[in-house]
Design a protein around this ligand. Sequence first.
Ligand code: SF4
Ligand code: F3S
Ligand code: ZN
Length: 103
Amino acid sequence: PIDSTFEENREKVDTHRGHDVWGPVEEPEQLGIHGTHVAVDFDVCLADGACLEDCPVDVFEWVDTPDHPESEIKADPANEAQCIDCMLCVDVCPVDAIDVDAG
Ligand code: SF4
Ligand code: F3S
Ligand code: ZN
């Protein structure tokens, strides 16, 4: 599962589509965590897709991650500012790849 203390334990190493990327990143096999309010651990996500289907405000979009060992697409929190903290994505992800900081 995602480490919900990533903001203390990891460094911001990049930005992607307007959100933070938390390292370590060593492409293509290690991709880190994308997003902060809605955080997806790309190294845990295996492209189940439930988060994309269930998010009521379409926070997630697929991104291609060729040659990653878990999956070649990931759920990117492209629209994390739209999140309404319903926690559905956290509940439905089968591998607990998502952390939402509802405060
Ligand atoms: Fe979407 Fe709800 Fe998850 Fe926010 S908590 S990203 S609104 S499913
Ligand atoms: Fe990935 Fe979990 Fe969504 S595996 S695609 S973050 S439901
Ligand atoms: Zn991203």
